[in-house]
Design a protein around this ligand. Structure first.
Ligand code: S3P
Length: 433
């Protein structure tokens, strides 16, 4: 499947985007090991979260899809999961695999986690090492999936200083900590998204944050309850950039998660001159949310603050497009983690933008992009949803049509992306290639 996007002007108006992927995964996993009922609203029915849903069902959890975005979970309690009959296939989802490895390391049964070709190439040593220190036994193929997790051994608490800033690693260790003997702590080299801490605390887990150290104790019980999932700021960022680049556009994106551990993309774009305002800021359950007003703006390049990297980790593909459309030079650094996402996102975006005539110099941990002019052309997504959607946004301001090949992965995080763009006035054709 491919998208063909022609230069377009966005209509002004109001819209929302699908639910937050990170919060949806966590609602499923934590609701499953909580006691009682968890009713999830605003759930993201993307392929990644549906893989987590099927995995939890395969371990005996009663999960009902009340509608596309409403899920009812009858939790089985911390020790109520049962052995899955087969390997759990987590598709494209790194979050599902890494968090589930932490959860399964503390179970009494064995389990196997597999994924698609992209997930099978992603590093799992970063969770195998700390979980191993806790006593977990996890087999892998040179640190890559499939993961074979031996149950029944019992875990011991650790105090872990993470070498990479990763919310997935932090979450895996904290989840294993629920099953370990004693208090498990994690410190991170830079602040990462804290959805795990917020949701576990809301469900009654004894989570503590002191001097940058996040701790959890064993022997607790989680209590299910309603979970309201805000719209995903990572998905909204594609629409935000398209609006910024479209003459006279004035869009209101409603009910978006604006947890400060996620809003780096807004800070980077504002530093480039973007007019982005948060309206109606509030708490949606335990997560901050707001309506985001975006007005078309002249963007200018500059150095991007590396301190914002972990707060905008998934938004750099779209920020590369912002840099390509901005006046002047933008320098990105500190992005080495992007090379081990669903694709090597530095290489994938550099290749795509170069094909669209943009002057991009790739560096080991970033890129230098000379902005100003984007030509039409054909580009590849490398099977990566965020690369595909970022290059589609480039097509809205290119000088001719842009064809983005291999876009099926968009459904992992943003089902309905093309029809949403279409409803905003973007000329997008979906072709079965
Ligand atoms: C996620 C954490 C991030 C992010 C991913 C979702 C999460 O990964 O890139 O899309 O839900 O915890 P890392 O923690 O590996 O940086």
């Amino acid at each position: 499947m491919q998208f063909v996007i022609s230069p377009s002007r966005l209509a002004s108006g109001e819209l929302t985007v699908p639910g937050d992927k990170s919060v949806s995964h966590r609602a499923l996993m934590f609701g499953s090991i909580a006691e009682g009922r968890t009713d999830v609203s605003g759930f993201l029915p993307g392929e990644d979260c549906l893989a987590t849903l099927e995995a939890m069902r395969a371990m005996g959890v009663g999960i009902e899809s009340v509608s596309d975005t409403e899920i009812r979970i009858d939790g089985v309690g911390l020790h109520g999961l049962s052995a899955p009959a087969e390997a759990l296939d987590l598709g494209n989802s790194g979050t599902a695999m890494r968090l589930m490895a932490g959860l399964l390391a503390g179970q009494r049964f064995d389990s196997v986690l597999t994924g698609d070709a992209s997930l099978s190439a992603r590093p799992m040593g970063r969770i195998i090492r700390p979980l191993g220190e806790m006593g977990a036994v996890i087999g892998s193929v040179d640190g890559k999936p499939p993961l074979e997790i031996k149950g029944g051994g019992g875990l011991t608490a650790i105090d872990y200083a993470m070498p990479v800033a990763s919310a997935q690693v932090k979450s895996a260790v904290l989840l294993a900590g629920l099953y370990a003997n004693g208090a498990t702590s994690v410190t991170e080299p830079a602040v990462t998204r804290n959805h795990t801490e917020l949701m576990l605390a809301a469900m009654g887990a004894p989570i503590q944050l002191k001097d940058g150290r996040i701790s959890v104790e064993d022997g607790c019980r989680l209590q299910g309850g309603p979970v309201a999932v805000p719209a995903d700021l990572s998905s909204a960022s594609f629409v935000i950039l398209a609006a910024l680049l479209s003459n006279d556009a004035d869009l209101l994106i409603q009910n978006v998660g604006v947890n400060p551990t996620r809003t780096g993309v807004i800070d980077v774009l504002r530093a480039m001159g973007a007019d982005i305002r948060l309206e109606n800021e509030r708490l949606l359950g335990h997560e901050p949310a707001a309506d985001i007003r975006v007005r078309a703006s002249e963007l200018r390049g500059g150095p991007v603050d590396p301190a914002l990297v972990s707060l905008a980790i998934d938004e750099f593909p779209v920020l590369f497009v912002a840099a390509a459309a901005a006046g002047g030079r933008t320098v990105f650094s500190g992005l080495a983690e992007l090379r081990v996402k669903e694709s090597d996102r530095i290489a994938a975006m550099a290749a795509g933008l170069k094909r669209l005539g943009v002057n991009v110099e790739e560096t080991p941990d970033g890129a230098v992009i000379e902005g100003g002019r984007i030509a039409g052309g054909e580009v590849d997504s490398y099977g990566d949803h965020r690369v595909a959607m970022s290059l589609a946004v480039a097509g809205t301001v290119a000088e001719g049509p842009v064809t983005v090949r291999d876009v099926a992965a968009v459904d992992t995080s943003f089902p309905g992306f093309a029809s949403l763009l279409d409803s905003l006035g973007v000329a997008v054709e979906v072709q079965q290639a």
